[in-house]
Design a protein around this ligand. Structure first.
Ligand code: MCA
Ligand code: AMP
Length: 505
């Protein structure tokens, strides 16, 4: 039998095979595969009633919930394309994504709606906004009969926004076949089976939570205990309770779990699998986790454009500080950043990947798409690293300018452009400084026009315009920014100055 061409096809197959099997647990609710299937089909019918045409975009701007997952599957059953939206986004971030993707319909919740309402007038293509709860239940009551078809592998499934070097985020176009191929590779590599129960506390608007956590669960016919958000005490309690078999987290979550464990007497029994990704897990955290939880975390490496790229082995050596080898059916290599020629083991260059998981390109951005592919189809990740003689990849830096805080990506240019637009700011340079809990934290160096401008004022302005995780944690005023002979700001020197002045205090 041919493998499923889409996640929704795999899900429907599992719902037909084992309708009564538990699929989701959420705040005391138990959702079977059949229950979720019915809800997804109702969403699909509702979307058609609201006028959604094949290929039109549906934004999901709501917190973790079974409705988010049902709407995701329902959009695919209705032939639509999902645009997941970070729930921390504020007006300009929202306006850009909705406008760029030409979003036609949006499912949101009471907490996020006011932020969307602030920009709605400027979004003429956004015809329908539905809020979960009473409004949604009312509109699902009478949705009528509609033909529902499974999508083809080549159809566009998701436009996932990922930050860009120019400041504006770009929509990465993932096809159904990209999603299905990656879920299959992940399930095979991690021995994910119908017997597994994943503790899923990651946000579902990003690749890690949605395309690894949810897709893997639905593909394997397994179940997930879904949380609204990560809270170390409740996660620790769930681990003690002992019914989950897997936990996936970003390194910040592991740092917090370790802190939680230090304050507790009891230890959970080892799980089948702990996975870390989205940012580098420090070898110290890896080792401390092994001491306390008696388990070696499996670290893997991914990207919005390619979902999962490399993984430490399920059986075999999980090597701290490395991200393992390519997933089954995929390839990776390290190339010289200038000549683009492959480098021998041990030498640092840019990591490139190729395989069925690699996205189609950026939405409406052929220029940007062209830039990220080497002529023969290899995708340039923008990550610097090396590969060992026995095939393990290590990420050692980035060719792209990027700050990763708590697993969220932040492009400094976006924040610099915003800061430079505020009155009184003449120049801004945003850098990431090392942070024990978040990996890196955002710090802004500012050249101001007048001494009246202060740190609190600038941070407050950012509070209104930016998602919380992008807001500078500190603002440092400088007389001038260090520049090279061509006049380009030397970010590494800004960073060094800030690190040095931190060490002195
Ligand atoms: C929240 N805050 C943050 C972050 N998260 N600040 C810096 N960095 C962060 N990551 C701020 C909020 O704005 C708020 O600030 C304050 O912290 C408390 O907010 P709260 O919501 O309570 O935060 P939290 O629950 O403590 O969140 C920490 C977290 C979260 C659980 C680590 O950041 C998280 O879920 N991160 C996972 C991100 C993720 O899924 N990344 C995958 C991307 P204030 O009160 O001042 O407003 S996919 C990817 O990278 C690829 C594909 C891959 O390989 O996976
Ligand atoms: P995003 O663009 O949000 O999908 O983030 C992808 C980026 O996260 C990658 O290009 C890497 O820079 C980083 N990343 C993901 N997993 C890891 C990891 N295990 N170690 C280091 N960096 C990682």
């Amino acid at each position: 039998m041919a493998p499923p061409a889409s996640i929704v096809e795999a899900f429907v197959g599992n719902a037909e095979y084992a309708p009564e099997k538990a699929c989701l647990f959420f705040e005391g609710e138990r959702w079977t595969y059949e229950g979720l299937h019915v809800r997804a089909e109702t969403f699909a019918a509702a979307l058609k009633t609201w006028g959604l045409e094949t290929g039109e975009r549906v934004a999901l701007f709501l917190g973790n919930s079974p409705d988010l997952i049902a709407a995701y599957l329902g959009t695919h059953l209705a032939g639509g394309v999902v645009v997941p939206v970070n729930t921390q986004y504020r007006r300009e971030e929202l306006r850009h994504i909705f406008d760029d993707a030409g979003v036609r319909l949006c499912l949101t919740d009471a907490e996020r709606r006011p932020e969307l309402d602030r920009v709605r007038a400027g979004l003429p293509e956004l015809k329908t906004v539905v809020e979960t709860g009473e409004e949604l239940e009312d509109s699902l009551k009478d949705v009528g009969e509609h033909d529902i078809e499974l999508p083809e592998g080549e159809d566009l499934a998701v436009i996932a926004y990922t930050s860009g070097t120019t400041g504006r985020s770009k929509g990465a176009m993932l096809l159904h076949r990209n999603l299905a191929a990656n879920a299959e590779a992940v399930c095979e590599a991690w021995r994910w089976s119908a017997d597994d129960k994943l503790l899923l506390t990651l946000p579902l608007f990003h690749t890690h939570g949605l395309m690894v956590g949810v897709h893997g669960t639905l593909f394997a016919g397994a179940s997930a205990e879904l949380y609204r958000r990560f809270d170390p005490a409740s996660v620790y309690d769930a681990l003690l309770e002992g019914s989950v078999t897997m936990f996936f987290g970003v390194p910040t979550m592991y740092v917090r779990l370790l802190r939680e464990a230090r304050g507790r007497d009891r230890r959970p029994r080892p799980l089948r699998l702990y996975v870390s990704g989205s940012a580098a897990l420090s070898p110290q955290a890896f080792e401390e986790f092994e001491e306390i939880f008696e388990e070696r975390i499996l670290e893997r490496y991914g990207m919005t454009e390619t979902i999962m790229n490399t993984t430490n082995p399920y059986e075999g050596e999980r090597r701290p500080g490395t991200v393992g080898r390519p997933f089954p059916g995929q390839e990776a290599r390290v190339v010289d950043v200038r000549s683009r020629k492959p480098l021998p083991a041990g030498e640092v260059g840019e990591i490139e990947v190729i395989g069925p998981h690699v996205f189609k390109g950026y939405w409406n951005r052929p220029d940007a798409t062209q830039e990220v592919f080497d002529g023969d189809g290899w995708f340039r990740t923008g990550d610097l690293g090396s590969v060992s003689e026995d095939g393990y990849y290590t990420i050692s830096g980035r060719a792209k300018e990027l700050i990763i805080s708590g697993g969220y990506n932040i492009y400094p240019r976006e924040i610099e452009e915003l800061l430079e637009g505020y009155s009184g700011v003449s120049e801004a340079a945003v850098v990431g400084l090392p942070d024990e809990e978040y990996g890196e934290r955002v710090v802004a160096a500012i050249v101001r026009e007048s001494q009246d401008l202060n740190e609190a004022e600038l941070i407050n302005l950012c509070r209104q315009d930016l998602a919380g995780f992008k807001r500078p944690r500190e603002v440092v005023f400088m007389e001038e920014l260090p520049r090279n002979a061509l006049g380009k700001v030397q970010k590494h020197l800004v960073r060094d100055q800030l690190v040095n002045s931190e060490e002195e205090t």
